[in-house]
Design a protein around this ligand. Structure first.
Ligand code: ZN
Length: 92
């Protein structure tokens, strides 16, 4: 039995070319009125495939989910460990 959770992209569920993604870009800490460390934190990190990560770039989650509404459901399933501060910014 494997006890490690399978890594998948939090957005499109791809298992390939996974990279560490900051769900809320760290550069936006002032815009969202939080301390930088709230975003530069493991509770704001997720696995994302290279395609999603580069397409999302420095978009806010709200903007990203507007373009890809189908990814929001996947994301919510995966995002249970995110801090409340991060969830509040994302609006979930
Ligand atoms: Zn992806």
């Amino acid at each position: 039995m494997k006890n490690k959770t399978k890594k998948i992209c939090v957005y499109c569920k791809s298992e390939e070319h996974l990279t560490v993604e900051h769900v809320v870009p760290i550069s936006k800490w002032q815009e969202f009125g939080v301390k930088r460390r709230v975003l530069d934190n493991k509770s704001n990190r997720a696995w994302a495939c290279m395609k999603c990560n580069s397409e999302k770039g420095s978009m806010s989650p709200a903007g990203w989910f507007k373009i890809h509404p189908e990814y929001k459901k996947n994301f919510i399933q995966q995002a249970k460990y995110l801090s409340d501060a991060v969830k509040k910014i994302i609006g979930i």
